[in-house]
Write a protein that binds this ligand. Structure first.
Ligand SMILES: Cc1cc2nc3c(=O)[nH]c(=O)nc-3n(C[C@H](O)[C@H](O)[C@H](O)COP(=O)(O)OP(=O)(O)OC[C@H]3O[C@@H](n4cnc5c(N)ncnc54)[C@H](O)[C@@H]3O)c2cc1C
Length: 423
């Protein structure tokens, strides 16, 4: 149900900050337990980077093995089913690097997610930014929010930080750390080109040759020589992940400079591809962004920190509440393709409940990009299929905590299985 009036000073069982993949799954999972749940999102739509940045594929639902195994069910599966019913989700496809992705229509994602939250019984507020947290006796008691009408406060018994940047965790002074900006993965502006002929060869090597020629002829600024490029099904549009920028997304001055520089790159890529890549002669820019895609900023510190070794060794845990299967994909260098490390046997690793539970605060769980990881593990955990799975688990744990005063692992696991999660 959408909250239209009377939102000032409301009381909930569970409040979730951030309406991306993780936050949506948390809200649906918590509401399915009967918890009075509120999802808060600062944008005008749900979806997080799938809609803020037009990211066209959900990764992390299927392992890279042959045949591939599905490792995310529950709320993530519900959303895929809804998108499929809208004819807005294609069959899984393999990237040039062998990873299995689910292409989705970003506009349909907005509508499907509205419907999922409305059907779940959770309330949600768009255009609402969380700007502060009240803490008492080692737990969060309320969040302070702002809309154009002013500042208001919402109380709850349990909270999920699904903000991607650990914004709630930082405001409440929970466990988190901020890597040196030089160690954060780079951001990327997605560019949607229209007017690309059906015959255009979109393989990375074709881009490499074309962009090398463009650079040699003085066209710029251009960061990467190639990247993931996907045709939008049934159209002359392609979506390209080419324009990288090094950015500290916690700093609006850095973000402003990066957004401007990336838009300059988009124009230069258009010029380069029109001139040097057959099939792009009549191309034009249909859309950028809307926002620069941000991969990494702060990291939560949970009761367990997932390590890169846990990921590549496909480690299992007794308190597993989700599975991750995307390889480690690090975008460390603005001028280069991502570096991959593969998971043992192209299998999956477990995500333990302890890595969601914040170390510093008794009633705070992380989900999606705010799961507690080292920088290597993060490069796998961050994808959206996995974010649905960790969000679902965080929502269930937070709801149980709100109802009982504790979230015992056996109960969290049993409830996730009841809600058809794969754990
Ligand atoms: C360029 C790029 C390409 C990528 N490609 C893929 C891909 O192909 N497939 C894939 O699965 N993943 C991809 N990823 C990774 C993926 O998009 C993210 O890691 C994923 O979106 C994480 O989900 P999340 O819900 O944790 O966070 P997000 O999607 O970032 O959502 C967080 C939400 O919280 C909101 N928020 C933050 N602070 C506040 C606040 N104070 N108050 C209210 N709301 C707040 C934000 O507006 C946002 O909507 C890519 C990432 C980038 C940057």
């Amino acid at each position: 149900m959408i909250v239209v009036v009377e939102k000032r000073c409301r009381v909930y069982d569970v409040v979730i900050v951030g309406g991306g993949s993780a936050g949506i799954a948390a809200a649906v999972g918590a509401a399915a337990l009967g918890a009075k749940t509120l999802l808060i999102e600062r944008s005008s739509f749900l979806g997080g980077q799938a809609t803020n940045c037009s990211i066209p594929t959900y990764d992390g639902f299927f392992t890279r093995a042959e045949p591939s195994e599905q490792v995310v069910g529950g709320v993530g599966r519900q959303i895929i089913d809804k998108l499929s019913m809208m004819n807005a989700c294609q069959k899984p496809l393999r990237s040039p690097w062998g990873n299995v992705m689910l292409p989705v229509n970003n506009e349909a994602v907005k509508v499907a997610l509205d419907a999922c939250i409305e059907e779940s019984g959770a309330d949600f507020l768009l255009h609402t930014r969380v700007i502060g947290a009240e803490v008492s006796d080692g737990g969060i008691t309320a969040v302070e929010c702002v809309d154009d009408g002013g500042v208001f406060s919402i109380k709850a018994a349990a909270f999920v930080d699904a903000s991607g940047e650990c914004n709630l965790t930082a405001m409440a002074r929970g466990g988190f750390f901020t890597p040196d900006p030089a160690d954060m993965q780079v951001g990327t502006l997605l560019i949607r080109f229209g007017g690309v002929s059906q015959g255009a060869d979109l393989r990375p090597q074709c881009f490499k040759t074309a962009i090398a020629s463009a650079k040699a002829s003085g066209i710029g600024p251009l960061s990467k020589d190639s990247g993931f490029v996907m045709r939008v099904s049934g159209s002359n549009d392609v979506i390209a992940t080419l324009a990288n920028e090094r950015v500290n997304a916690l700093d609006s001055a850095s973000l402003t400079a990066a957004e401007i520089a990336a838009r300059k790159q988009a124009r230069a890529y258009l010029q380069a591809l029109r001139q040097f890549l057959p099939g792009f002669e009549d191309a034009y820019i249909n859309q950028t962004g809307p926002q620069l895609g941000i991969r990494e900023t702060r990291h939560a510190i949970g009761e367990y920190v997932i390590t890169g070794e846990d990921v590549v060794q496909a480690r299992r845990h007794e308190d597993a509440v989700a599975r991750g299967c995307w390889p480690v994909e690090r975008h460390s260098n603005a001028g280069a393709l991502a570096a991959y490390e593969w998971i043992l046997n192209d299998s999956y690793y477990d995500i333990p409940l302890r890595s969601l539970k914040n170390k510093g605060l008794s009633n705070l769980w992380g989900a999606g990009r705010t799961v507690s990881c080292d920088l290597i593990a993060f490069a796998s955990v961050r994808v959206m299929g996995t974010a649905f799975a960790t969000g679902h688990a965080a929502g269930v744990a937070a709801a149980l905590f709100a109802q009982k005063g504790y979230a015992e692992i056996a109960q969290v696991q049993a409830e996730l299985v009841r809600q058809k999660a794969i754990i």
